[in-house]
Ligand binder design. Structure first.
Ligand code: GLY
Length: 393
């Protein structure tokens, strides 16, 4: 495993960061076995996922379990080591069981879950059982597509009027599962849902000043757009850092899927706002309302997502000067993540990257490692090491 690009300027510490991350992934495979770690660390150590609503400790439930096999798939691609592949394939079998048994599917996050757990093994190994599982998951996601609003509803009980017309910016990252299902089956309904949902988010969740709402509500009966708000940000009009990072990456990926130039522009606008609100070390506070001098926690996971999004945006960019700029900004953030946010040694934490925030208003996972932070940090390292890498999204 070495970084292979000769065109891209070297990133300080990249090779060492890769070696360290892979060592931690290897140790965690030994520690967790076929069970799933919790969403976030507690004191920089991952407990097993706690028992919840009838699920036992370590079960495959919630929205983040796929980031663990996703991390293993990248480790496998970097090394060719069968230990990573076999661990990830074990999880792929469990994800096939989960969707077959209709277990804990009531969420738009089926995109995060099944892109990494099932589309990845299909792409890498032509694994047929994973293809079937991912198609089933895409159909479960389609059950959340609401007419006449033309959105994929986010969470919770679809019959609850308070939740029924709600979506969130994170949902942009769930659309690639539907795009993949369209590519596999040729069924227009998947592509149509992607086009309509992303058009609605571009029009309403992206604000005039290029910041984003975390969540937005539509009248589910009439389709009328109602209001934006937040769930995990500082306040309704603030800009939750991870949401803005999902916007950079998600609008870019959906531009690639649809060819819609307005989604390319939406990704650029999200990027401009994000970059203009970074502190001097280039890793965001958990909400972009905070700036240098604040003692608010950082969200390194938002930084890692933004690196991946900026590098994807650079690939799709029609303006070469802008593409260079996105790559340079991505390098700056990644260099700081490696130098300032990775554990000093692999033994210092179970997480690949420290100092993320899950949900500060609910005091959940504040200044901890997170499964998605680890995944996107390793994806960012992979993208830096191998610029021709094919994403799972
Ligand atoms: N998708 C939920 C989060 O980013 O916290």
């Amino acid at each position: 495993m070495t970084s292979t690009s000769t065109e891209t300027p070297a990133i300080a510490g990249l090779d060492r960061a890769l070696v360290q991350a892979l060592s931690t992934v290897r140790r965690n495979i030994g520690a967790f076995g076929s069970a799933y770690p919790d969403d976030t660390t507690t004191g920089d150590r991952y407990p097993l996922r706690p028992a919840h609503k009838g699920f036992p400790v370590g079960a495959n439930q919630g929205w983040t379990t796929s980031f663990w096999p996703g991390t293993q798939w990248i480790a496998f691609e970097l090394t060719g080591d069968a230990e990573f592949r076999d661990a990830a394939l074990g999880h792929a079998r469990d994800f096939a069981r989960r969707v077959h048994d209709e277990e804990d599917l009531e969420t738009h996050d089926l995109g995060f879950l099944y892109t990494l757990a099932s589309v990845a093994p299909w792409r890498l190994l032509s694994d047929q059982a994973s293809r079937a599982a991912a198609l089933r998951a895409a159909d479960a996601l389609m059950r959340r597509f609401l007419e006449p609003a033309g959105i994929v509803q986010a969470w919770g009980d679809l019959s609850d009027p308070a939740q029924r017309g709600r979506t969130i910016i994170d949902s942009l990252m769930n659309m690639p599962l539907l795009t993949w299902a369209f590519e596999q089956t040729g069924e227009e309904r998947y592509a149509d849902a992607v086009r309509r949902h992303t058009t609605q988010l571009r029009a309403h969740i992206l604000r005039e000043d290029d910041s984003t709402f975390h969540t937005f509500y539509w009248d589910a009966e009439t389709g009328e757009p109602l209001r934006g708000g937040t769930e995990q940000g500082a306040f309704d009009q603030s800009c939750w850092a991870r949401g803005q990072a999902w916007g950079i990456y998600g609008f870019a990926l959906n531009h690639k899927a649809t060819g819609d130039p307005e989604l390319l522009e939406a990704s650029r606008r999200s990027a401009e706002y994000f970059l203009a609100h970074l502190p001097s070390d280039r890793v965001p506070f958990w909400d972009l309302v905070y700036t240098d001098g604040s003692d608010a926690p950082r969200d390194s996971s938002a930084g890692a997502i933004a690196v991946c999004g900026l590098l994807e945006l650079a690939e799709l960019e029609t303006d070469p000067a802008l593409a260079d700029r996105w790559r340079a900004e991505a390098r700056g953030i990644l260099t700081s993540l490696i130098a300032n946010y990775a554990p000093e040694t692999p033994e210092a934490s179970d997480a690949l990257i420290l100092h993320s925030v899950y949900d500060l208003p609910k005091d959940n996972g504040v200044d901890e490692g997170t499964l998605w932070g680890d995944y996107f940090y390793l994806e960012a390292l992979m993208r830096a090491a191998r610029p021709d890498w094919t994403p799972y999204w």
